[in-house]
Ligand binder design. Structure first.
Ligand SMILES: Cc1cc2nc3c(=O)[nH]c(=O)nc-3n(C[C@H](O)[C@H](O)[C@H](O)COP(=O)(O)O)c2cc1C
Ligand code: SF4
Ligand code: FES
Length: 602
């Protein structure tokens, strides 16, 4: 177990940091990794540690501290065992508040603090990307403890060492339903996480085929396939690639978005942990299509297993000559590196991610210029999501028409739908786009607990407007969901049953956005905070009818008026809760208290 007293970085850590620095065109890209390593070694980041890290990067201690202060994993309480309890919406729906209360009671500490002896620390964190196994606890940066009961939480409190040593095998929660010809997940709960296992199933043949094509033909092929980005915005991938300018001699990059932090979303993790070479093959194909020199994968810092699995896969691919000097698909130099984030949802926004990759605070950039012209280190860059890239081997192998035939109009192919909340079999299901939301919930996720009626469903991560139960006979396609007043987003479905207080659900989502706003835009910074505090007042029974209009006004003030779409998502979500479930809000106002006695706690 780490000590909390070590203040100086060891020679081994310094060497590791120097090696990381050397692997990027600009050494500062290794700053977050250096801070992770420094925190792990010293137990907490003090000004003395910032000064040492700063010396390695030619930065002042204050500059390093400013970057670190942006990231929640670098600002956790200082203790030997930091218990991080996820209190995102899916975890709250399944009892996360009880887990926090159990820790607080047994350890006599409040969230966001540490015990005076430096043994235990406690923190509430937002969605850690394991919503199907809620409630989730992470101790330091160890693999998650999933489906945590109050009893298990109590057992962790025996000693900091017990908590650090706690391990449980991670359940496989993603599957290809029978009758579906899957191409993203390995079948039957298998893990193809070694090169041999991936190659035994035809791996890397598509990359070799793509290498024989001209980049412009490959771009056209992917556009014809109708593949749309799976990161949330749904932009047509082949078309985005066309925005890259012609080669002019300097380096060009592919930035791979593996930040996956939208509550309700936990699908990219399935690919990285179970099929990492599929992602690498997709990266080779995209790298050829956009004529990139290198790809950088940005994995959220909490994804310990996914990061390790991808890192191992990259090392294997280098050893086999698939990457590096004469990369398989390209017959020229092509490098792939993986970077760790440090706990900030906004680093999933593409330009926030680029800033973070460069070792800065992950604050989104104003556009134009767009990343295709001015991306990583000012060079042409395409940003693609993990699942999006993982479609490419199948498109190259089977052709664009094959993908278009799977899915719905304007929504080609399969996707990995996540289902969490009040359902019997939460998980990730590989299914064609266009499957009905009802079928997804009832057939694949087993329907709500105890056969209870459904009250509400968020169809694609918490940024997307919530639907009422009478709206779930809708195909899960981009167009159909827009017609229903919402959007596909990340395909992360969150189900709430009839006991749920929708004001509480709205608060949990609103506080997430308020916490994650990077603070650059006044409308977003102030609006998300105002919405949260007004909703809290309503839930406490002290609201007025005018409060509902004030929430709507805040949404109008934010929507479409900020640097990035975090503010839009916060506004869409709050507006939909208030408008779709106005009766729940009004009952609080007339009762002067929350009338939903059996609802989840926040
Ligand atoms: C606040 C915010 C968070 C986002 N988080 C993610 C994320 O975690 N992963 C992701 O792939 N895209 C995320 N996106 C979307 C990205 O900005 C971008 O559209 C996407 O990575 C592009 O890849 P795609 O075209 O393959 O979907 C986010 C967007 C916003 C506004
Ligand atoms: S909209 Fe919010 S998160 Fe996005 S840049 Fe502005 S303040 Fe930051
Ligand atoms: S893992 Fe807790 S809400 Fe997603």
């Amino acid at each position: 177990m780490r000590s909390v007293n070590v203040m100086r970085l060891s020679r081994a850590t310094i060497d590791w940091i120097e090696e990381e620095k050397a692997s990027y065109p600009h050494p500062r890209a290794a700053l977050l990794e250096a801070l992770h390593l420094a925190r792990a070694e010293t137990g907490g980041l003090t000004m003395e540690v910032f000064a040492q890290v700063g010396d390695l990067f030619g930065m002042r201690a204050g500059e390093v501290a400013e970057v670190a202060s942006f990231y929640s994993l670098l600002t956790l309480p200082r203790a030997r065992a930091v218990l991080q309890v996820c209190t995102g919406l899916p975890c709250c729906l399944r009892g996360a508040r009880g887990v926090v209360a159990e820790f607080e009671r047994r350890l006599s500490i409040r969230a966001e603090t540490a015990a005076s002896d430096g043994g235990f620390g406690l923190a509430e964190v937002e969605c850690v990307g394991s919503c199907a196994t809620a409630p989730v606890v992470q101790v330091n940066l160890n693999p998650y403890l999933e489906n945590v009961t109050a009893e298990f939480a109590a057992s962790l409190c025996r000693s900091p060492q017990t908590a650090v040593d706690a391990r449980r095998p991670a359940p496989i929660i993603s599957s290809i339903p029978s009758g579906i010809d899957g191409y993203l997940l390995p079948p039957g709960g298998e893990r193809w996480d070694s090169l041999d296992s991936y190659k035994a199933h035809g791996g890397y043949q598509s990359a070799a085929g793509a290498a024989r094509m001209k980049p412009e033909d490959l771009r056209r092929m992917v556009e014809e396939a109708g593949l749309r980005g799976r990161g949330g915005a749904g932009f047509v991938t082949g078309r985005k690639w066309m925005f890259m300018p012609p080669k002019n001699g300097g380096p060009r990059y592919l930035a791979v978005n593996a930040d996956e932090s939208e509550p309700g979303t936990f699908k990219d993790r399935q690919i990285m942990e179970r099929n990492p070479h599929l992602l690498l093959e997709g990266i080779l194909i995209a790298g050829h299509a956009i004529e990139a020199d290198a790809a950088y994968i940005y994995v959220r810092g909490e994804y310990v297993d996914a990061y390790a699995t991808v890192r191992r896969a990259i090392a294997e691919a280098y050893r086999a000559g698939l990457l590096g000097e004469r990369a398989l698909a390209l017959n020229r130099r092509f490098e792939v590196r993986v970077q760790r984030g440090a706990g900030a949802y906004i680093c999933g926004e593409e330009t926030g991610m680029l800033e973070s990759m460069e070792g800065k605070k992950g604050q989104p950039r104003k556009r134009p210029p767009f990343p295709a012209l001015h991306g990583l280190w000012g060079r042409p860059t395409t940003v693609d999501n993990v699942e999006t890239l993982s479609h490419l081997p199948a498109i190259v192998a089977r052709g664009p028409a094959w993908l278009r035939d799977r899915g719905a109009a304007n929504s080609a192919g399969h996707t990995l739908f996540g289902v969490s909340g009040h359902v019997q079999r939460p998980g990730v299901f590989e299914l064609p786009l266009g499957v009905s939301l009802r079928e997804l919930i009832f057939k694949h996720a087993g329907g709500p607990f105890e056969g209870r009626p459904i009250k509400a469903v968020i169809p694609g991560g918490v940024s997307m407007p919530v639907l009422r139960a009478d709206q779930i006979d809708v195909p899960m396609s981009h167009d159909a969901l827009v017609k229903s007043g919402t959007m596909l987003g990340t395909g992360g479905v969150i189900v709430m049953d009839d006991r749920t207080c929708m004001v509480r659900a709205a608060i949990v989502v609103a506080r997430f956005f308020a916490h994650e706003s990077c603070g650059q835009c006044t409308q977003c910074r102030e609006g998300t905070a105002w919405i949260t505090s007004i909703l809290r007042r309503i839930e406490a029974g002290a609201g007025t009818m005018r409060d509902l209009d004030t929430v709507r006004d805040c949404c109008t003030f934010m929507d479409g008026k900020c640097i990035c779409a975090l503010a839009d998502g916060a506004a869409w979500s709050a507006r939909a809760f208030v408008n779709q479930f106005s009766a729940d809000f009004e009952r609080h106002l007339t009762a002067g208290r929350c009338p939903f006695d059996r609802s989840f706690s926040i």
